[in-house]
Design a protein around this ligand. Structure first.
Ligand code: FDA
Length: 448
């Protein structure tokens, strides 16, 4: 194991998706504009190169946020890292404007993210999976001005350590399979979709099933229908049919910065109202255009007298088993209905994700992190985990804060502003080194 602890950084980012990419840019722009010392940083990413939901970069799928909600614009409209700056560099600005569309394709947004990360290459370590975050051995917590991260180097098959005065955890959502289903070469979670689809001979896929009612489920059903003209596509939907995502102007306000304050400083009733009335802005809903596309295909089939696209509504997958080469899916239409089995060549579970959960990474350090009555991490408005006073380092979360900061926690809508808030917090805490009093008096934290 190599010990690179002498390389203690002011900030170490765990995971390098769009959230920590946005933070890396905010730190870079802070350096460029600050008379103070640089805030040194390193970002650790387990993938071998940059990748944002690569397995869902399906043709013609579009972003669900405006291009103006890019990595920087809401924090710094004049940043050279904006989507517009990218379009300009790519020589496509006028063509993009001519599309008269706020929502670029996911493919194009990915290219933008790749372009932005390439400009920060000297502070990113790819192929580096963080295994744990802890206190340096034998250091009393109140004495330690840094945390120690253990990192696995995939290419070398070795481990190394790095020190951090602040850690920003942004490891993303965790894929969730339906109970009774396990991923294998014929049973795929949507997060593995393109990779596993490409491993198959398309001619072997004559009957495919997609389970789920959200955006990914509908996009995959449409993709399979178009890519496999010889195949039957069976969509298993627990609702009566796909429901539309509400992105109308008033509802969209739940993604604004003011909504984060309203949620964070609000009462339980306020927070409940956000989820009760506005879940349909993001969860288990589908963009209007994709719903219409699928319905049109199904209707055209009916006119032509073919039945290639089948919708099993009010139905859930209750189990999956392999019998020889066959994959048999157990399906139930309502809790008291009989379970029936269907054989498929591949099952795609677009069954969603669990929220980011840093507990495993924090290991022994978790004992110093305070939790609310429901056992959830307490988090300050500046996204810093509330710790016992002896911990002097900052542990920040980008993601996993739905209970404290609301609906945008796992989304892109707020990343530019959130990154700016985290940089401000790190820089303010650095200017006023933590005494016991300042640690204790950090402003209002989320009520339990
Ligand atoms: P993200 O998951 O992108 O990145 C986390 C990174 O951490 C990954 O690269 C992972 O490899 C790495 N990592 C994990 N554990 C690690 C460890 N121990 N060590 C090192 N690295 C580790 N939202 C939105 O607002 N608009 C949209 O259009 C979309 N579109 C969309 C499409 C699809 C298909 C999905 C699944 C989701 C979306 N989302 C979205 C929501 C999505 O959460 C969001 O787009 C971002 O991925 C959030 O960025 P993060 O950087 O927080 O996580």
């Amino acid at each position: 194991m190599t010990d690179r602890e002498h390389e203690t950084r002011d900030v170490v980012g765990v995971g390098f998706g769009p959230s920590n990419l946005s933070l890396a840019i905010a730190l870079e722009e802070y350096r460029a504009n600050s008379v103070e010392d640089e805030i040194s940083s390193l970002f650790l990413e387990r993938q071998a190169s940059f990748g944002w939901h690569r397995n869902m970069l399906l043709p013609s799928t579009t972003m669900q946020i405006s291009f103006l909600k890019d990595l920087v614009t809401f924090r710094n409209p004049t940043s050279s890292y904006s989507f517009i700056a990218y379009l300009h560099a790519a020589g496509r600005l006028s063509q993009f404007v001519n599309t008269q569309d706020f929502f670029p394709t996911r493919q194009e947004f990915h290219q933008y993210l790749e372009w932005a990360q390439a400009r920060l290459a000297n502070r990113i370590a790819y192929g580096s999976e963080v295994l744990s975050i802890g206190l340096p051995p034998s250091a009393a917590p109140e004495r330690s001005d840094h945390l120690r991260l253990e990192v696995a180097d995939a290419a070398r098959g070795s481990r190394w350590m790095v020190g951090a005065r602040n850690v920003v955890i942004s490891t993303g959502l965790v894929p969730s399979m339906p109970a009774g289903a396990e991923s294998d070469e014929r049973v795929w979670h949507s997060s593995e979709f393109l990779e596993k689809f490409r491993r198959m001979n398309p001619r072997e896929l004559r009957r495919v099933m997609v389970a789920g009612a959200g955006q990914s489920a509908a996009e995959i059903a449409r993709f399979l229908y178009d890519e496999l003209p010889h195949a039957e596509v069976c969509a298993v939907v627990p609702s009566y049919g796909y429901s539309i995502a509400d992105d109308s102007p008033f509802a969209n306000q739940v993604f604004d910065l003011g909504a984060v304050d309203d949620y964070f400083f609000g009462t339980d009733q306020t927070r409940d109202a956000f989820w009760r009335y506005h879940r349909n802005t993001n969860y288990a809903v589908v963009d209007d255009e994709v719903i219409r596309d699928l319905y049109r295909r199904s209707y055209d089939d009916e006119v032509r007298g073919v039945r290639r696209l089948e919708f099993l509504n009010l139905t859930r997958v209750t189990g999956v088993k392999r019998v020889g080469a066959e994959t048999r899916v157990s399906l139930q239409r309502g809790p008291d209905a009989e379970v029936r089995e269907l054989s498929v060549d591949a099952l795609v579970c677009a069954s969603g994700y669990d929220a980011m959960e840093p507990t495993d990474l924090l290991g022994d350090l978790d004992a110093f992190c305070l939790r609310d009555e429901a056992g959830r991490l307490r988090v300050e408005r500046d996204y810093r985990i509330v710790t016992t006073p002896e911990i002097r380092c900052g542990i920040y979360l980008q993601g996993g804060t739905e209970h404290t900061h609301g609906l945008t926690s796992s989304l892109l809508s707020n990343i530019a502003l959130r990154s700016g808030e985290i940089v401000d917090s790190i820089s303010a805490r650095r200017a006023a080194p933590c005494t016991r009093e300042t640690v204790l008096d950090t402003g209002p934290s989320h009520p339990s």
